[in-house]
Structure formats: structure tokens, C-alpha cells
Write a new protein. Structure first.
Length: 217
């Protein structure tokens, strides 16, 4: 029997609008993945380098290991060829050319959004890029107040037209942003709700990418 070819799972978190918690979620998922896998990579494709600054405050660990600066398709593919288990790609807001390049290099795209109307109106731009490059995608509802009418309405909107909305929804909790100041993630601290939510989201990400991710070329 032929040996199965190793494949790096390349996951992109993309949003054309800022302030939706994209970099914070990228860091949280990469840290959680590193608890289960020995080789996790991070790409900071945002010129503001927020993720890179967080990684420096963390002490520059080898797992997850950060790559910043060159987020071109060539650079991403060269790193992926080095046999990483998972790669998490962060994107800038607004810079559609750069967002498009990173999405085109991904196996699966998660689009975080807050439940507000302006956030929901902005998702279409990123969604169209995913469709243009034929990349599978799903939404993550972030910074929500669980059980509220606005959260339920946002979820219903994101499920229209056969869209995929993953669960759990991630609650608005100050521990997420507070932890980033020290190079940590909320799930590594005392916030047990944040830990449960990130654990569950990581499980969903794995299952979703394995089932729907772009197949090997």
C-alpha cells in the first residue's frame, strides 16, 4: 500500500473589516493547536503586525512558530512544504489584494464577524473572494452576548443561502484582549468559559477542515 502523502492544513482567518477579533482568534487557535500537534505555524499577513507583536511578547516560541513579512503565495507554499501540521494565516482588513492572495493559498477560510449590522454587511466582500478562488469557507460569530436577540438574528442571517456557520459562538469576554497584552490567550488563564469555547471551536475547526477543506492537488 502506498504511503499517504503528508499534507499541511492551511487555515486562513479573513475579514475585510477590522475590529472583529480576527488576530485574537488566530492566536487562540494556533496556541490550542500547538497543544495537540508538534509543528504549528503562524503567518502574519497584516502590515500592522499585531500577531507578530503578540508572538514577541510570548517569547518567540517555536510552537507555534511565526512567519511575518512575506505572506505571498510562494512564501506560504514553501513553508507548508516543510511539513507543518497546521498553518494559521492572519490577514489585514481592507487590503483586498493581499487578502485575496492569502485566501488563494488556503485550504479553508474562516470569516469572523461580530453580530452588529455593519459587521454583517461587510462579510460579503470576503465571501466573494472565497467564491472567486473557489475556497471553502465558514463563518465564526465572535464577540457575542449569548442568548440575545441580536445574536440569534445574526446567526439566522449567516445561515441563509446555505452558508456554513460553525459553533460554538465566541462570547465577548475582556479576558481575550487582556491576555494578548502579555503574549497569552484567554484560554490559558482563569477564564474557564473562554477555555471551553476555544476548546470547542478548535474541535470544530479540525472537523470542518478535514471534511470540507480543499483536497490535495
Amino acid at each position: 500500500m502506498a504511503k499517504k502523502k503528508f499534507r499541511t492544513h492551511i487555515v486562513c482567518l479573513a475579514a475585510s473589516k477590522g475590529g472583529v477579533g480576527k488576530s485574537t482568534l488566530t492566536a487562540a487557535l494556533a496556541v490550542r493547536a500547538a497543544q495537540d500537534f508538534g509543528r504549528v505555524a503562524l503567518f502574519d499577513g497584516d502590515p500592522q503586525l499585531s500577531l507578530a507583536s503578540w508572538w514577541d511578547r510570548r517569547g518567540g516560541p517555536q510552537n507555534p512558530l511565526l512567519f511575518d513579512g512575506d505572506s505571498s503565495a510562494l512564501a506560504i507554499n514553501l513553508v507548508a512544504a516543510d511539513g507543518w501540521d497546521w498553518m494559521f494565516l492572519d490577514t489585514p482588513p481592507s487590503q483586498l489584494d493581499r487578502i485575496s492572495s492569502i485566501i488563494a493559498s488556503s485550504d479553508f477560510v474562516f470569516i469572523p464577524t461580530r453580530p452588529g449590522i455593519m459587521d454583517l454587511e461587510a462579510i460579503r466582500v470576503t465571501e466573494e473572494i472565497c467564491q472567486e478562488y473557489r475556497r471553502p469557507y465558514a463563518f465564526i460569530l465572535n464577540m457575542v452576548a449569548p442568548g440575545t436577540r441580536v445574536t440569534e438574528a445574526a446567526a439566522a442571517h449567516l445561515r441563509t443561502n446555505r452558508r456554513m456557520l460553525v459553533e460554538p459562538f465566541i462570547s465577548y469576554r475582556p479576558s481575550h484582549s487582556n491576555a494578548m497584552f502579555t503574549g497569552r490567550c484567554a484560554a490559558e488563564g482563569r477564564d474557564q468559559v473562554a477555555k471551553r469555547e476555544i476548546d470547542a471551536l478548535w474541535k470544530t475547526v479540525q472537523e470542518t477542515v478535514e471534511k470540507y477543506g480543499r483536497p490535495p492537488e
